[in-house]
Design a protein around this ligand. Structure first.
Ligand code: TGC
Ligand code: FAD
Length: 387
């Protein structure tokens, strides 16, 4: 009998139903054939592979866990598997899909009017309209409750002033989901490209997520019609609920990045000859590989149970925080460890580990830093907010 699959040591795949396995396989093939061959070059050139967008749409990935409006209506485990496979390719590609799905289509679906859903969701599902999500501001992303961007009523319109920073997809987005403080609390708006006073500019010199666009957004007396306000969104809980969706996907995605690194380490250890034997004959390397597999296996089981809870309507946001924190920390540590196992070659883009490690430096910061997630779990345990 063959031993356990090194990349799925507990055969977690056998806990997936046929549809879920099919989703994993089809996205996996796409990543192997279309993403991995080009992605190191994109990372090196600081280029988001926008040419993949029509294919991502064709695969039905945009809004894939939304029912209707041209969306695939998959379950949440499938959405997790999509993120896992995409991030096996690159965190930037997964980020792109997370933003379009969890941070743009989700709030329109959950907080928008029926008219707004019909107006934007089918075009977004088809990849003809791209979105970005503006919550973070220059003065401190961990505490969005103190946002300075403001919206004030002016007749039937709203006037928005302020700025957002570190916004994925900002300069390629046709619409921005923008969160602004107002006399009525935090409100959500769909700001469209071309609206007077709205501008997006790329942030350069990133050493992480280089195959992803990150931008600043500026709002100078931008007039937004009431028809572009999300009527169901009142208060900070609305944007935070979108983060819960994206964090769920990230908890799965990180497993993909770690698995790509593990595969690279196994291949290297079995072929690199030092001291007259291949590296995999040494106890230290075996212990390091075993420890990587232990960590990835834990993360896989944790993500799947989180997905089952979400599909059963029982998932709580503190559980998502634990998974985002655990799985991204795991993936970052694994990527750094594999980078070291690869020796000097591991610092180059000839291997994937350094790219994943650098990407994961963003992933551990965005969607709530590790500290924020520890404190969210701490609050759930004690009932005391210690932020
Ligand atoms: P707090 O009093 O805790 O909450 C206000 C209201 O919101 C509710 N709530 C949530 N609801 C759903 N999901 C969550 N995760 C929620 N967290 C809180 C909460 O129950 C409350 O509701 P109600 O009805 O009682 O009013 O608010 P706070 O100001 O104390 O803040 C708490 C804290 C620190 C946890 C929150 O501010 C936070 O999560 N900060 C981190 C910010 C963050 O993660 N930003 C991410 C920006 S987007 C991004 O990074 C995209 S990367 C995209 C990519 O490329 O993949
Ligand atoms: P800060 O909030 O200033 O935190 C600085 C440090 O203080 C961190 O180490 C933090 O853990 C620590 N800290 C914070 N509070 C406490 C506390 N109470 N106790 C102890 N330590 C604390 N945002 C969006 O809105 N949309 C996007 O699309 C988006 N995309 C991004 C893409 C990239 C590549 C990156 C890097 C970020 C992106 N972000 C986006 C922003 C991201 O969400 C924020 O960077 C993140 O929330 C942290 O905010 P900050 O960078 O301002 O750090």
């Amino acid at each position: 009998m063959a031993g356990p699959d090194p990349l799925d040591f507990y055969d977690v795949r056998s806990l997936l139903d046929d549809d879920e396995q099919e989703v994993q396989d089809s996205i996996g093939r796409f990543v192997d054939e279309q993403v991995i061959p080009i992605i190191s070059d994109c990372f090196e050139r600081d280029h988001f592979p926008v040419e993949l967008v029509p294919q991502l749409a064709e695969l039905g990935l945009f809004g894939c866990n939304i029912e209707g409006y041209g969306c695939a209506g998959l379950n949440n485990v499938c959405y997790g598997l999509v993120c896992q496979e995409l991030e096996r390719g690159d965190s930037g590609v997964r980020s792109f899909v997370s933003v379009q799905n969890s941070l743009c289509m989700y709030p329109i679906h959950r907080y928008g009017s029926e008219e707004q859903r019909r107006r934007w969701l089918p075009e977004m599902a088809a990849g003809r309209l791209l979105g970005c999500f503006g919550l973070t501001e220059p003065d401190g992303g961990s505490d969005p409750g103190t946002m300075k961007t403001r919206a004030r009523r002016d007749g039937d319109d709203w006037i928005i002033n302020g700025s957002k920073m570190w916004i994925t997809n900002g300069t390629i987005a046709d619409l921005a989901i923008v969160w602004a403080a107002s006399d009525e609390g935090v409100l959500g708006f769909v700001v469209e490209k071309g609206m007077k006073g709205y501008e997006a500019r790329d942030i350069r010199r990133k050493m992480s997520l280089r195959a992803s666009i990150t931008s600043e957004l500026f709002f100078d007396e931008v007039r937004v019609p009431e028809a572009n306000r999300l009527p169901g969104a009142h208060g900070l809980g609305a944007p935070l609920s979108c983060l819960t969706q994206a964090r769920f996907g990230i908890a799965w995605g990180a497993i993909g990045a770690a698995t790509a690194c593990l595969a690279e380490a196994l291949e290297f250890a079995s072929s690199r000859v030092l001291f007259g034997r291949t590296l995999d004959h040494t106890q230290t390397i075996q212990r390091r590989l075993a420890d990587i597999v232990r960590r990835i296996t834990n993360a896989r089981l944790l993500a799947l149970q989180l997905g089952r809870l979400k599909d059963a309507g029982r998932m709580q946001f503190a559980q998502v925080s634990l998974a985002k924190w655990n799985n991204v920390r795991m993936a970052l540590d694994v990527a750094r460890e594999v980078r070291d196992i690869l020796g000097a070659g591991g610092v180059t883009l000839d291997y994937h580990a350094i790219r994943h490690a650098l990407n994961l430096e963003s992933v551990i910061t965005y969607e709530g830093t590790e500290t924020i997630h520890e404190l969210i779990v701490g609050r759930a345990l004690t009932g005391v907010s210690a932020f």
